[in-house]
Write a protein that binds this ligand. Structure first.
Ligand code: HEM
Length: 243
């Protein structure tokens, strides 16, 4: 039960702050930021799949993105804001749920809730850890620095060599596989519940919104797990002379 002091305190907050810190407000923030993030993940996956087309395609794509200059920074800051909003609203919902339910249930009804829904906090935390690792790895060049400075014949950053050689390390590849499998699980519940929060609840739409989460989760699983797996198994050619 919320205390009277807590209620009075929350009433003193400005309207928009009161809304985003309320249970429904936090859910809306989570859904809108999740929408931005899942859009990025899909576009990023399509870009990354060019690894299967060879060095020219993926290096051209990566270097085109780097060439966007200030626009790239606008995009990066937008993405960071969406990530912070998503994590903060998740934390807010956990706090609100705990204060609304201070006593543990004597029996748990976990089995009724789908596995993906039950594991949202843990899959979310692993994905967050993955994002930090991934940025240090392929964007910062801090994890395998020896692979970060390769250049292709055109003098561009050789993303193809960095990725294919990076995934020859089974620990790194394994972490990408596990984290992206958990990301797929996270999305398979998150995308469907996002539509519900945003009010797409009409019975006619329900089969579509229920299916969309698992469909997007499966696409991300195949695409994002497929890349490190294919590289580790030697299904993607290693650049000549690099090994
Ligand atoms: C197998 C899966 C993935 C592969 C192979 C991959 C590959 C890459 C590569 C090569 C870059 C550097 C691009 C460059 O230097 O221009 C990059 C950047 C990035 N990746 Fe991934 N990625 C994967 C999954 C993910 C996932 C699941 C997320 C987020 C949930 C993510 C978020 C990012 C971000 C935010 C950047 C920085 C983009 C920028 O330069 O601003 N990646 N990724």
């Amino acid at each position: 039960m919320a205390s009277n002091a807590g209620v009075a305190q929350s009433r003193a907050l400005p309207g928009p702050v009161r809304f985003i810190t309320s249970s429904i407000g936090a859910k809306v923030v989570m859904a809108v930021s999740g929408f931005v993030l899942v859009g990025f993940v899909l576009v990023h996956m399509i870009g990354n799949l060019q690894i299967f087309l060879g060095p020219e395609a993926i290096n051209r794509y990566g270097n085109f993105l780097q060439g966007l200059g200030e626009l790239l920074w606008v995009f990066r800051l937008g993405l960071l804001a969406a990530l912070i909003a998503h994590v903060a609203s998740a934390a807010r919902l956990v706090i609100l749920n705990q204060s609304a339910r201070p006593i543990n249930y004597s029996h748990n009804d976990y089995v009724q809730v789908k596995f993906a829904a039950r594991t949202m906090p843990i899959s979310g935390i692993v994905v967050l850890a993955f994002i930090i690792f991934h940025l240090a790895h392929f964007t910062g060049g801090k994890v395998q620095p020896e692979l970060f400075h390769f250049q292709d014949e055109l003098g561009q950053h050789d993303i193809y060599a960095m990725v294919t050689l990076g995934f020859q390390n089974w620990f790194i590849s394994g972490f990408y596989i596990v984290a992206n499998a958990l990301l797929a699980l996270h999305l398979s519940h998150g995308v469907s519940s996002m539509f519900q929060t945003l009010g797409v609840t009409a019975p006619a739409w329900r089969p579509l919104t229920h299916a969309l989460g698992p469909v997007i989760g499966t696409i991300i699983f195949i695409g994002n797990v497929g890349i490190p797996l294919a590289c580790s198994l030697g299904l993607v050619a290693i650049p000549a002379g690099a090994m």
